[in-house]
Design a protein around this ligand. Sequence first.
Ligand code: GLN
Ligand code: ZN
Length: 759
Amino acid sequence: MKAIAFGLPKLGEKREFKKLLEDFWKGNISEEELHAGMRDLALWRADLYKENADVIPSNELSYYDFMLDTALMVGAVPQRFGEYKGMETYFEMARGKSALEMTKWFNTNYHYLVPEIEREEFKLFINKPLNDYEFYKQKGYETAPHIIGAYTFLRMSKALRRKKGELPLYEIEKIEDRDQFERLTDKLVPVYREVLESLKKAGCQRVHIEEPALVLDTEDWQWDIVEKIYSELSKVGIEIALFTYYDSVSDYERYTSLPVQALHFDLVSNKENLQNIKEKGFPKDKELIAGIINGRQPWRADLSEKLRTLEDLSKLTDNLSVSNSCPLYHLPVSVEPEEDLPEGLKERLSFAKEKLKELRVLKTAFGGDKEALKEVEATSKLLEVSFGENAEVRRRITALKDEDFRREVPYEERDKLQRDILKLPLFPTTTIGSYPQTPEVRKMRTAYRTGKISESEYKEFIKKQIEHVIAFQEEVGLDVLVHGEFERTDMVEFFAFKLDGIATTKHGWVLSYGSRVYRPPIIYGDVSRPKPMTLEEITYAQSLTDKPVKGMLTGPVTILNWSYYREDVPKRVIAYQIALALLDEVSDLEGAGIKIIQIDEPAFREGVPLKRKDWQEYFNWAVKAFRLSSRAKPQTQIHTHMCYSEFNEIIEYIYQMDFDVISIEASRSKGEIISAFEKFKGWDRQIGIGVYDIHSPAIPTKEEMKAVMERSMKVLPKELLWVNPDCGLKTRRWEEVEPALKNMVEMAKGLREEVMAGV
Ligand code: GLN
Ligand code: ZN
């Protein structure tokens, strides 16, 4: 049995990758230094693989994003980037003014660059798989290049498509049309063939082709395309191993019939793949690469159980390899440097480096190695002991009744009560929560966290910021104010710091795109709230003004979706635990006189399963978790915020969340969002469709913003409409925020007058 690992984080032990890129962008290092640094990282990873696994992957270390690299491999460079001038164009495509669009990679928190196919033509442009293979070879490593497969490449790209009749005549969109997909495949496959042929010629014996798109809902005609691709590529005569992950393959029979030598399966994201292998058998002539070490969650594996799975599988095939379930880059590099984790947690964690070792131990234990077998047993013993349980939390969860998920009175009645109390004008104006996180704010936070200033100094500083932002909002004339979120680094990490059962790491960085990193919190035990989390700042802000200040919480689904989570209780239960902690906060805020509470759910959509058939189950508990957390008094106005507008498919579920007001983004696709409301009959909730795009530094004009309102008024009753930017302002500068909000408020006032005068 072989151990096959892939997808090690490229960040490096000390975030070297991030430093290299940013130093280069700032002009602190030369291009040659950048390449030299990357080569060091490349060798670091090769050695790690070599130590623990039987195959060393190459072509994994991208300078920015692997989909961008694949686009360059096949020559898909949009015209606006002009002639390709090496690194300059590369980073222009990645992060320049008119960079490629960036979006989430499957249901992960990694963001990839969406290739744009303008012409139905491809050519071998940058043969990175070959270059990388040769680099390693020269250094004495025989490797298997990892390449994003042709099907996944096309499925995750956008292509220019002629529209029927309307203007613009061409639009760049996902390739859903069968004919277009087929035409593009026919053009693309020869390029892939060329790559494989060049590798074969260079002495490479095996390539690992990643086709995660095969776990998405895949229609029969799409499978026909997949078959065509691999029957063509198999002619090259190089060994091909296909990798699928994040879910089970959409058609087991067709996947296992592909003319390739090895097939990888994700055996942890759900049970389907394993069941299929056991029930339907596995072809004799292929290698089965069993992805049983979880690449997405940071837990140490129960090795005895994994070993049993391997033994079961070995009865079905003579050619078995052990592997990780999906790329390891969803995890931090190593647990080793963590020192301040809750007692007992560290030995239960396993990040990328530790996962590699688990693969090695499994492989050697499988071969009967005594030391390894001992380790397998010791691990399982350790994991047997229950951990992180909180009896009170469990009691609350068991005691939950249907009415806990329902507000006391229906929206219509709540609305009356709230309008009576709040007395807001038509088109109330507000913001989404955060105000500029200036260098000063960040400096003070770091100073506090590293002990350079005391807690009371820090709190004083935050108070000053709150005073400033309240005065600012009053002056601008906003109707519903916020406290500015100056005390928060990140909307999830902030709550993770405050909640029991959730750990945060010091070094557990993961790349979310480019050089951008974040540290996902780790939900390791039952979640509870030892004391109020936001009360101090919110009530202080409210004490400074007569206008309502919104309480500001991050919702249960978002906290869950942006954290690692334990696997011994269902996700639903974790979400309810977080929801209960938030509910306690909601009632403390109410007790302190707060009349409006916003519970942000920007990651609500992100947890949506990849396959349609699994949607209902997800929304059942996700909607309920939000409702549980927001079961406020009828008089309290509950807001939520989501910052994306692909609403059409999920609007029914959103409505079920039973909030009073929602604010959403619409800046990039106003038409789309408005059409969602056209189709939804009976929408009666208040809604703030973002009137300007906070992602851009441009100051929005009154006219632009008014246009958004006018469009909204065509489909929604005016009494439902709020006026707000499309997301928090923390990434903007005060010089931008001030004029933008002034324009926004003036626009709202003007529109109010026009409407009242019956214009
Ligand atoms: N309240 C948060 C803010 O304003 C919401 C952020 C988000 O939607 N991601 O920053
Ligand atoms: Zn947002």
